[in-house]
Design a binder for this molecule. Structure first.
Ligand SMILES: NC(=O)c1ccc[n+]([C@@H]2O[C@H](COP(=O)([O-])OP(=O)(O)OC[C@H]3O[C@@H](n4cnc5c(N)ncnc54)[C@H](O)[C@@H]3O)[C@@H](O)[C@H]2O)c1
Length: 445
C-alpha cells in the first residue's frame, strides 16, 4: 500500500521504516527542512538501535522516501498516519496545534479517498475533531452545502513502542489497537498490519484513544507504586528488589515496571499522565489516583537528592559524577529525564557536576549548564566525591570498580536504578546506596 507518515520523529520514523520493511511504499514527511535533508543524506536525527540500517536499506530499495511536502505525500498515498508531537500545555492538557495543522493541510491536498490515521497520543474526541477539520478544509469542489462529497475515513491507531527497543516493539507488538468507523477503514488497517500477524483489537475511535491513555497511565502507576513501596522498604528495613520479585511472580501482577528507581521520565509518561488528568477533569471525573502517581514520581527524585545530601553531609563544593543522563537506556532522548532535575537540585546546593552517558551527551549539553562531560566512566570518576547511577545502561554493568575506586576521592555510589543490586560493591570498598534497599548496606546478604 502507498502510505504517508507525517512527523518524522521517534514514532514517525520508526513507523515509516517498519512499514517499508513489511512491504509498503512509504513517504515520510516533516516540516523541519534540516531534518529531512539530513535523512535524505542518510543521517539520523536521533539514536535508536537498528533504525539507521533499516532506513538505509529501504531508501536504497526505493520503498522509503522523505519530503517536506504534505501535498505530495497526500496525493501519493491511500493511508496517511499523523505522528506529530502532542506536547503539554501549561495546564497539562495536550496541545493539538500540530495535529490540527496537519489535518488541515491533508484536507486541502485531497483529491481521492484517503484513510487518515492518528498515531500521535491524543485525547478521546480528537478523531471527531480531525474528521470535522478535514470536512471543513476540503477543496471547494468537494464540499456541497457544508457536506463533504469526497469519501474519507478517520481512524485511531495508537503507538505503544518503547524508545530503545522501538523496532522490535513495532515488528512484534503485544497488540495492534485500531479505532475505526467503517468497514473500509478496518479492512485497510488489517491489510497494512497483516504481515505482522499480530493480535488486533478493533474498536471505536474514542475507545482506541482511551486505550493508549489508560495503558500509559497504568504503567506510570505501576512505577509509582513500586517507588512508594521502596520508600516503605527503606523505613522498615526491607529490600524492594526482593519485594518486587515476590510480587512480580504473581501472574496477575507481572514483573515488568516493578523496578524501583528515581522515577519515570521521557517524552510520554509525564505528558500523558498530565493530559489524562486534564481530560478526565474536563469530562467531570477527578482522577485523584493519577494525581498521586505524579506526586510520588516527583517525590522520588527529591528523596534521592535528600539521601545524597544526608550521606555527603555538605554538598557545597563536592564533585558529583553522574553515570547516565538519558531518561532510560538505549536512547539519546533527554526529554523529561530525571537526571535533569537531580543535577539541577544538586547544583543548587553548590555541587560541581561531572557527567557521562554513552549516547545522550550531545542532547544533554543543550539542556544542562555548568556540567563537565567526561569521555568515559573512568574519566568521570577521577576526583569525584561520589557517583550517581541515573540510567541503567547495560554497559555500566561492565565497569571495573577496582579501577574506578582508585580514581575517586571517596568511593561512594548512589545507585538510582538498583543496577548493582546483586553485586557486592561494599566488598570492593564502596559505600553503596540503592533505592528501597536497606540504607548503607555494607555486605552481601
Ligand atoms: N516517543 C515515544 O516513545 C512515543 C511512543 C508512543 C507514542 N508517542 C506519541 O507519538 C507522538 C509523536 O511523538 P515523538 O516522540 O515521535 O515526537 P517527536 O517530537 O520526536 O516528533 C514529532 C515530529 O513531528 C514534526 N512535525 C511537527 N509539526 C509538523 C507538521 N505540521 N508537519 C510535518 N511535521 C511536523 C516535528 O518536526 C517532529 O520531527 C506524540 O503524540 C507522542 O506522545 C511517542
Amino acid at each position: 500500500m502507498h502510505i504517508a507518515v507525517i512527523g518524522a520523529g521517534y514514532v514517525g520514523l520508526v513507523t515509516g521504516a517498519c512499514l517499508a520493511h513489511i512491504g509498503h511504499r512509504v513517504i515520510c514527511v516533516d516540516n523541519n527542512q534540516t531534518k529531512i535533508k539530513r535523512l535524505q543524506r542518510g543521517q539520523m536525527p536521533f539514536y535508536e538501535p537498528g533504525l539507521k540500517d533499516l532506513l538505509k536499506r529501504h531508501c536504497k530499495l526505493k520503498q522509503l522516501s522523505f519530503t517536506t511536502s504534505i501535498v505530495q505525500a497526500t496525493k501519493e498515498s491511500t493511508a496517511i498516519f499523523i505522528a506529530v508531537g502532542t506536547p503539554s500545555k501549561k495546564d497539562g492538557e495536550a496541545d493539538l496545534t500540530y495535529v490540527e495543522g496537519v489535518a488541515r493541510e491533508i484536507a486541502q491536498a485531497m483529491d481521492s479517498y484517503k484513510l487518515i490515521i492518528e498515531k500521535s497520543t491524543v485525547p478521546a474526541d480528537t478523531g471527531q475533531r480531525i474528521r470535522r477539520t478535514i470536512q471543513m478544509n476540503l477543496p471547494l469542489r468537494f464540499r456541497k452545502g457544508g457536506v463533504a462529497t469526497l469519501e474519507f475515513d478517520v481512524a485511531s491507531n495508537p503507538e505503544f513502542l518503547k524508545e530503545g527497543s522501538a523496532i522490535q516493539d513495532f515488528m512484534h507488538p503485544d497488540r495492534v489497537v485500531v479505532g475505526v468507523e467503517s468497514v473500509k477503514a478496518q479492512r485497510l488497517l488489517r491489510a497494512i498490519y497483516a504481515p505482522l500477524k499480530a493480535t488486533m483489537v478493533v474498536t471505536d475511535i474514542r475507545s482506541a484513544e482511551l486505550i493508549k491513555h489508560a495503558s500509559n497511565s497504568f504503567l506510570a502507576m505501576k512505577i509509582s507504586f513500586i517507588n512508594a513501596i521502596a520508600q516503605i522498604c527503606t523505613l522498615v528495613g526491607a529490600d524492594v528488589v526482593k519485594v518486587a520479585e515476590g510480587m512480580g511472580l504473581d501472574s496477575r501482577i507481572g514483573r515488568p515496571f516493578l523496578d524501583a528507581g528515581i522515577g519515570y521520565g521521557g517524552s510520554c509518561f509525564p505528558k500523558d499522565v498530565d493530559a489524562f488528568i486534564r481530560l478526565s477533569e474536563k469530562s467531570g471525573y477527578h482522577f485523584n489516583l493519577l494525581k498521586e502517581v505524579r506526586q510520588v514520581n516527583d517525590e522520588q527524585k527529591a528523596a534521592f537528592v535528600r539521601l545524597i545530601e544526608d550521606k555527603l553531609w555538605i554538598v557545597k563544593g563536592k564533585t558529583v559524577g553522574v553515570l547516565g543522563l538519558a531518561f532510560k537506556p538505549n536512547t539519546d532522548d533527554m526529554r523529561n529525564a530525571p537526571a535533569i532535575d537531580i543535577i539541577e537540585l544538586l547544583q543548587h546546593e553548590g555541587a560541581k557536576i561531572k557527567a557521562y552517558d554513552p549516547q545522550a551527551m550531545a542532547n544533554a549539553q543543550k539542556i544542562l549548564k555548568d556540567v563537565h562531560f567526561a569521555k568515559d566512566p573512568y574519566a568521570l570518576a577521577k576526583g569525584c566525591d561520589c557517583l550517581l547511577l541515573l540510567t541503567d545502561w547495560q554497559e555500566f554493568k561492565k565497569i571495573n570498580f577496582q579501577r574506578l575506586k582508585k580514581l575517586m576521592k571517596h568511593a561512594i555510589l548512589f545507585d538510582g536504578r538498583n543496577l548493582y543490586h546483586d553485586e557486592n560493591l561494599p566488598a570492593l570498598g564502596f559505600e553503596y546506596y540503592g533505592i528501597g534497599r536497606r540504607v548503607g548496606i555494607t555486605k552481601k546478604e
